[in-house]
Write a protein that binds this ligand. Structure first.
Ligand code: BGC
Ligand code: ZN
Length: 366
């Protein structure tokens, strides 16, 4: 092989804030694995939290760095001995979490890990995808039809929503529940993709966020039938119920703990709130917990947290993404605000208000 090294974007868990592009050894391909040539890698708030050492961290193999990136799309570059069903050139997306030996992990649900001994590629204890070549086992890969490859990096955030929304719907089998209206907190890729999924289910979706109502990303929502509510129009979260009326399902995806706390106080009778932001650091706020508790008890309210997604959710996400392209052709591509080459990684990691999803272009398709 001509090149024995490859470029990688890495964080240093023991040095919060430090990110570098370094040369690392190009991995060998063991039997039973495939080598993936990474094409696009998405970034999100989790990457910034890992860099800041507010979440995840811990470098693998006794080293001092962690290769970042957990939202990926790549093409099979080489197929290891004994691997069937995958071919050079296939488009694949890798899941994020790798199991420990707990009962949930053993049945393929490492997203529901009981023991907490899992690792997550690009986040904690295992290298991620912000590099040129990645080695993986077929069981952690999902193939994508080529027509979805341009937006394939959205598969991971979609899979997060597939799990979260699926869980909410399973929980609500506890009674007669005919959801008609949903409220999403947060105008990021998770929030928008959730809104699109709910629209696909025929649910009226409202999305609440700080961006001005006439900002380009808020205006984008109209094209997929999501109603935007700016905080400047309804500053008090407690007033959202009066504004919208009956709300059956809420999803918190702002990353702001105070928003999550306020959302807990407005769960309507028989409704469910899904908490989806990993809030790093610490935030203190005075909450009337007696009132929140009483309100939840008297209303049979459910609040639950959801994290990660397994291969099954990724497979369902392929169907969801395909459905998006059929209903709103070309819209998913508009969620990609910027495409940045690997060597401009500092720019790519900047948190800009107008961004929805930023992708690193690691290499071009062959
Ligand atoms: C990722 C998940 C991961 C979670 C917690 C999220 O950004 O999408 O796969 O489990 O962070 O680390
Ligand atoms: Zn486990």
């Amino acid at each position: 092989m001509a090149n024995t090294t490859m470029r990688a974007i890495v964080a240093y868990p023991k040095e919060p804030g430090r990110v570098e592009m370094i040369d690392v050894e190009r991995p060998a391909l063991p039997a039973g694995h495939v080598m993936i040539a990474m094409r696009d890698v998405g970034t999100d708030a989790t990457d910034r939290e890992v860099i800041a050492a507010e979440h995840g961290g811990s470098a693998p193999d006794g080293g001092d760095y962690l290769i970042l990136g957990h939202e990926s799309i790549g093409q099979i570059a080489e197929v290891g001995e004994g691997v069937t069903g995958l071919n050079v050139g296939d488009w694949v997306v890798a899941t994020v979490r790798r199991p420990d030996g707990c009962p949930n992990c053993r049945r393929g649900e490492s997203d529901m890990c009981l023991w907490g001994g899992y690792v997550e590629r690009g986040i904690i204890g295992a290298h991620g995808y912000l590099t040129e070549y990645v080695i993986e086992k077929p069981e952690f890969l999902v193939t994508l039809p080529p027509h979805l490859s341009r937006v394939g990096a959205l598969l991971e955030p979609i899979s997060i929503n597939v799990k979260a929304i699926g869980q909410a719907w399973s929980i609500q089998r506890r009674m007669l529940w005919e959801p008609k209206t949903a409220l999403i907190f947060g105008l990021g890729s998770i929030g928008i993709l959730a809104g699109m999924m709910l629209r696909q289910r025929g649910i009226a979706a409202y999305l609440y966020s700080r961006s001005p109502a006439d900002s380009p990303k808020a205006r984008l929502l109209r094209d997929v039938g999501i109603t935007y509510i700016a905080t400047s129009d309804v500053p008090d979260i407690a007033a959202l119920g009066d504004h919208i009326g009956r709300i059956d399902f809420m999803l918190e995806a702002t990353g702001a703990a105070p928003v999550a706390a306020k959302a807990m106080g407005i769960v309507q009778p028989n409704a469910v709130l899904c908490l989806l932001s990993v809030t790093g650091g610490s935030a203190r706020e005075e909450v009337d917990i007696a009132a929140v508790n009483k309100h939840l008890v008297l209303g049979n309210g459910v609040i639950f947290g959801s994290v990660n997604s397994n291969a099954g959710h990724f497979r369902e996400a392929v169907q969801v993404l395909d459905g998006f392209e059929k209903t709103w052709p070309g819209f998913a591509e508009r969620l990609i605000s910027r495409r940045v080459p690997l060597d401009r990684f500092r720019e790519g990691l900047e948190d800009r208000d107008e961004d929805i999803k930023v992708l690193f272009e690691v290499s071009a398709a062959e």
